[in-house]
Design a protein around this ligand. Structure first.
Ligand SMILES: [Fe+2]
Length: 425
């Protein structure tokens, strides 16, 4: 049976009650708060032929490097593959298959075509933007959403989600005023929209509006935190604001609380923990045994799946003083250059030289770290992440230049950074 949603999108294997529950799962997924995976599973219990419920499960599990979780994605895709489905759904299934094969660029392109044909398919927009993020494709982070936004009006229920997605794309292309306006509008429409809040946090970070950032995250915490599965990252942004204000106690309190108080084995969370401790390390802050606990958490991680994560694993091993392990991890990244999927290029172009630079920095070989980072930093977007995350490379380069005694370069880098701040003039 096929039923249609609010926008006329057709769902195969559905009935009105199942679609209502699935819509609730989608709503949760779009705002990064709620229990979309469990809701999709509940839909499938009664309606095993509901193609898009399988697809949603696959999208939520296909990206990570954890083999058990990726096994769930493979199972979801194979359950969907032979079901009767329409062209839009077939596009989603093909995109999920590409993701499982590590072919991020192909998945991004398939979802681009799905969203061009069906601009009200928010799932295609959202997962497509996630692919752009993994690819570090700033322009598509914005334009994938911009072209669909024209087809949306504020009275449509999913409008806040589209605004939140567009806000992040606008931010990553430095259109900060428009990004902030879109993000704040989305937060007003749906205070639980964690992605929209995140987009505004990025604007405040890039514009060095740190005290405002602390207020923006903390004052409304009761609104955006319930059932959020984006908590770690949004609190990480809050910690960055505190760091910018030199409030190290608040940074450590957040690290020991919502960021990594309960060690997570999810790479996405460990990335934030590594990035935060590394920034503290560059400041000369003694973080005690935190590096060791983090390095232990990373030890379960399978390297060679996604270079952006791998680099953060190396940072934890370097921070913990586990040099031999760090070296082995760098060798693993070097092997990934010859591997399958888009990660080979991510590792070759960016991951490997950055990992080598972090190792060099840890060993006090600062001249070598400078050499590597100066070369790689301008193409670092190619291994994904946000500008705020990749700022770590600039911060490390500045520190390495100072420690290497390259005074003129150090002064130039500091001046460059000040001049690039939007409010510098
Ligand atoms: Fe972020």
């Amino acid at each position: 049976m096929t039923v249609k949603d609010h926008y006329g999108l057709e769902y195969s294997g559905a009935n009105p009650a199942a679609l209502e529950l699935f819509q609730a799962a989608l709503d949760a997924y779009h705002r990064y708060a709620g229990a979309p995976f469990e809701q999709a599973k509940a839909v499938l219990k009664q309606n095993p032929g509901f193609v898009m419920a399988h697809v949603l499960k696959a999208y939520m599990t296909a990206i990570g490097s954890n083999p058990a979780i990726r096994g769930m994605a493979a199972a979801a895709v194979s359950a969907a593959r032979d079901l009767p489905m329409n062209a839009r759904e077939a596009g989603h299934v093909a995109a999920a298959e590409a993701m499982l094969a590590g072919e991020i660029r192909r998945a991004a392109r398939i979802l681009e075509d799905v969203a061009i044909a069906w601009p009200h398919d928010v799932l295609a927009l959202q997962v497509g933007q996630t692919m752009d993020f993994l690819l570090g494709d700033s322009r598509m982070l914005r334009d994938r959403i911009g072209r669909a936004r024209a087809r949306w009006t504020p009275d449509m229920p999913g409008y806040h989600a589209v605004l939140g997605l567009h806000a992040f794309g606008l931010e990553e292309t430095a259109l900060y005023d428009r990004a902030e306006a879109a993000g704040r509008e989305a937060c007003a429409l749906e205070p639980r929209n964690n992605w929209a809040r995140h987009a505004v946090a990025h604007v405040l970070e890039m514009q060095d509006r740190r005290a405002e950032g602390v207020r923006f995250m903390r004052d409304d915490a009761a609104a955006w935190t319930p059932e959020s599965f984006f908590l770690v990252h949004n609190w990480w942004h809050t910690a960055l604001f505190h760091l910018g204000l030199d409030d190290i106690d608040a940074v450590l309190e957040l690290y020991d609380g919502p960021v990594f108080g309960e060690p997570s084995s999810l790479a996405f969370d460990m990335v934030d923990a590594s990035a935060l401790l590394w920034r503290l390390r560059l400041r000369g802050v003694d973080v005690g045994g935190r590096w060791l606990a983090l390095a232990d958490a990373w030890s379960q991680h399978r390297l060679g799946h996604y270079a952006f994560e791998d680099v953060h694993a190396v940072m934890a091993l370097v921070g913990a003083g586990r040099d031999a392990d760090a070296e082995a991890a760098v060798a693993e990244i070097a092997r990934a250059v010859e591997g399958a999927g888009d990660n080979a290029a991510f590792s070759r172009d960016v991951g490997l030289p950055v990992a080598e630079a972090m190792l060099a920095h840890g060993r006090g070989r600062h001249g070598r770290a400078v050499e590597l980072l100066r070369d790689v930093r301008n193409r670092a977007g190619r291994f994904g992440g946000s500008h705020a995350q990749r700022d770590l490379l600039d911060l490390t380069l500045i520190d390495a230049a100072r420690r290497a005694g390259e005074t003129a370069l150090h002064e130039a880098l500091v001046a460059e950074r000040r001049a690039a701040m939007p409010r510098a003039a």
